[in-house]
Structures are given as structure tokens and as C-alpha cells.
Design a protein around this ligand. Structure first.
Ligand code: DNO
Length: 387
């Protein structure tokens, strides 16, 4: 299991340098967030991201996400062109040495919350969701008031996309997912890439839109659509766990033992009532993250995990869910669970040894094979690369 954090690129208010100071962190998950879904990803920009990551002696472990355009999810005529772009982006990702691609198949909205900064008694703030609040918002004029989503579509686009899904039944969405996988999985196989579908968050239909990746039966079905090791899961405890009927450790045991979990998001939630939850601190909430980590470890999972979201603590301001401090605490909690279960010392990373280091700039002499291993060698960092 390799511990990673998500980084939103050079525009992120949390710097790579600060992320690299989290003990035990092995890698970064990022993407070309500035590009529109359906556009092919230029390899040179990916190579630049890799360089920035490796200068911090971290590894570029995966992309989250190459977004799936609405045209693909709706099965519109331009989906062929978008799928071609998708495959070419995946090939570019593979060429820079990154072999994990996370994606989701949620119509219009990705993860959805009704409050991005609910104040808790201890003065921290957390993301929360309440179906009742969403229903109120819907009856008060629609999803434009929904916090957080607005960056992606204009109000007009949003209304148009929602209207386009009006006639769509869940089975139609399954058909479009099957079509997408039939085209992308062979390309993933040819490039040694693992595709990892993220479950729907929350795992039930919202705002009249179908949501299909919600429980064990759905995960089995998506894996069966393309019975290839390249077709796998981004197992998200917080998303699936919002439905108390989902037994998280049991689900992990099932899918990890088949080698089909390629990536995991490990965060906690506090279920407050039917379809109502709060994103709680990693060690406390309705989910047993220790059991989740144990299920991963016991079933041979060796891929990247990340703490996913955190609360805002210690007065930090920033992108909801993606501040530095609470994600760092979550990462340390997961590292502790992992190390206790594996009885292995965590792989030491450059900079944790106490030796003074100056990671940049990268020069020809410290790039050998990859910048990452070059830096490791230059600074006399012992042991194999942590992947
Ligand atoms: C939220 C994330 C999701 C995830 C996508 C994957 O923080 O877990 O936005 O990145 O659903 O495609």
C-alpha cells in the first residue's frame, strides 16, 4: 500500500513541497484539471507534472481523473470522438510512466454535498450532505444553488445537461458504460494501465439523475462488463459507506482478493440519519477504517491509497475537503494502521532521514532512469523505490 495525496496542480493552494513533508507519503495523484472533458491530454504537460512531483522525491502514482464527457455517458454521436481522445490521453499518461487512471460515470455532478463548511462544536468545519436539504434546494429552483459544483458548467449548460438525462433509465447508463469499457479497456491493457472506476457519491440517484455505481452488485456488474485485470475499482470508503447497507470491509475483502481494487480512498463519515452524513475525522465516524485497512492488507492490496478529504482545522482556508492539515492527519492515521498491520517499518523517504537536502533543481547528473531514482541515489537514500 502506497500512501498518496491528491494535488490539484500548480494552482493548488497546498504546495507539493508541503505535501512532501507528510511523513510516509510516497506519491501524488493529480490530473490536467484545466482541460475540458473530451479533449486529448498533451504529453508534455503530463511530463511537466511528473517532473514537479519527482523533484520532491515523490512518485506520480496515478491520474484522477481523466473525466468521462457527458456525451460518452449519454451515448451522443460525438462519443466516438471523445472516446478516441480518452484513449489518446490514456496513452499519453502511460508514456510518462503513470499506470493508474481513475474515472467516474456519474451524470452531470461528481461528488455532491449540501454544505461545504458545516461548523462543528470544536470549531473545525466539514463537508456534509442531507437529502432533505437537497430536496429543499431542488424545489426552490434547482441545483444552481448547490455548493461546489458550479465551476464545471454554466447555469445554462447545467440545465441543458440535466434535461438531456431526463429520459435516461439506469439501464441506458449501464449500456453506455459497457460501450465505453469495450473501447477503453483494450487500450488500457495494451498500455499496462489500470482503470479504476470511482463509485457514485453519494451512492443513490440525486436530482432526478441516475446513479449506478452504488453497491456490491453494481461493482460486480461493472467488473463483469470487461473481465480484464485492467478493469478495476477505485474503492472509496466514504462514498460507498454513506449507505449503511454497504459492508465496507466485506466489500474490500471480496474485490481486493480478486485483485480488482487498483486504488482506494480511505475516509470516514458520520451517518446522521437516512441519506444524511458528515465527513468526520479519519479515526472517528460510522466507518471502521482500521477494518478497511486490515481488509486491504490481508488481501494483498499493494496499490495507492489516499486519505481523500479532510475537515478544515487550525484555521486553514482552502478548497473544501482538500486542505493540508486534516488530510495530513488522516494520512498519518492510515500509515499507522498499515504499519501496525504489516509490522514493517514504513519505507523512509528522502527528507525524513534528517539529512539536509536541497531537492531542486534537477540536473542531468541526478536524473538517471527517472528523476525520482536519480534523486534518491544522489542523496544516498537506501532501499528500493517504494512501489
Ligand atoms: C472527490 C473525489 C471525486 C473523484 C472522482 C473520480 O473528492 O473523490 O471527485 O475524484 O469522482 O472520478
Amino acid at each position: 500500500m502506497i500512501l498518496t495525496e491528491r494535488w490539484f496542480g500548480p494552482q493548488d493552494s497546498v504546495s507539493l513541497k508541503h505535501l512532501a513533508q507528510i511523513p510516509s507519503l510516497g506519491g501524488i495523484i493529480t490530473a490536467l484539471y484545466e482541460l475540458v472533458p473530451g479533449e486529448p491530454w498533451p504529453e508534455d504537460r503530463l511530463a511537466r507534472l511528473r517532473e514537479l512531483i519527482e523533484v520532491q522525491a515523490l512518485r506520480f502514482c496515478g491520474v484522477e481523473s481523466i473525466p468521462v464527457s457527458e456525451a460518452i455517458k449519454l451515448g451522443l454521436p460525438e462519443r466516438d470522438r471523445h472516446i478516441d481522445s480518452y484513449c489518446s490521453s490514456m496513452e499519453a499518461v502511460a508514456r510518462v510512466g503513470v499506470k493508474l487512471v481513475c474515472y467516474n460515470f456519474m451524470p452531470v455532478f461528481d461528488w455532491t454535498r449540501t454544505n461545504l463548511a458545516e461548523e462543528l462544536p470544536d470549531g473545525s468545519t466539514a463537508l456534509s450532505f442531507s437529502q432533505a436539504d437537497l430536496d429543499t434546494l431542488e424545489s426552490a429552483g434547482g441545483p444552481e444553488g448547490l455548493p461546489g459544483w458550479a465551476a464545471r458548467y454554466s447555469a445554462g449548460e447545467l440545465r441543458a445537461w440535466m434535461a438531456a438525462y431526463k429520459q435516461m433509465e439506469p439501464e441506458n447508463l449501464w449500456e453506455n458504460l459497457a460501450f465505453f469499457l469495450s473501447r477503453v479497456i483494450p487500450v488500457a491493457e495494451a498500455n499496462g494501465v489500470k482503470m479504476a472506476i470511482h463509485p457514485d457519491d453519494p451512492p443513490w440517484p440525486i436530482l432526478g439523475l441516475p446513479r449506478i455505481i452504488t453497491d456490491s452488485a453494481a461493482l460486480r456488474r461493472v467488473l463483469a462488463l470487461a473481465p480484464s485485470p485492467a478493469n478495476g475499482l477505485a474503492f472509496c470508503t466514504g462514498s460507498l459507506g454513506a449507505n449503511p447497507a454497504n459492508d465496507i470491509p466485506e466489500m474490500i475483502r471480496e474485490f481486493a482478493s480478486q485483485g480488482r481494487i487498483h486504488y482506494a480512498h480511505l475516509r470516514n463519515i458520520l451517518i446522521r440519519g437516512p441519506k444524511s452524513f458528515l465527513e468526520s475525522a479519519h479515526p472517528s465516524g460510522s466507518l471502521n477504517l482500521a477494518a478497511a485497512v486490515r481488509a486491504l492488507v490481508d488481501n494483498g492490496f499493494s496499490g495507492p491509497v489516499r486519505a481523500d478529504h479532510g475537515r478544515m482545522i487550525w484555521g486553514e482556508q482552502g478548497r473544501p475537503g482538500y486542505g493540508l492539515f486534516d488530510r495530513a492527519l488522516g494520512t498519518m492515521y492510515i500509515a499507522g494502521l498499515r504499519d501496525a498491520l504489516t509490522s514493517k517499518a514504513a519505507p523512509r523517504r528522502l527528507g525524513e532521514s534528517g539529512a539536509p537536502i536541497q531537492p531542486g533543481p534537477v540536473t542531468a547528473s541526478n536524473i538517471s532512469g527517472s528523476t525520482f531514482s536519480g534523486l534518491r541515489r544522489n542523496f544516498g537514500f537506501p532501499g528500493p523505490d517504494p512501489m
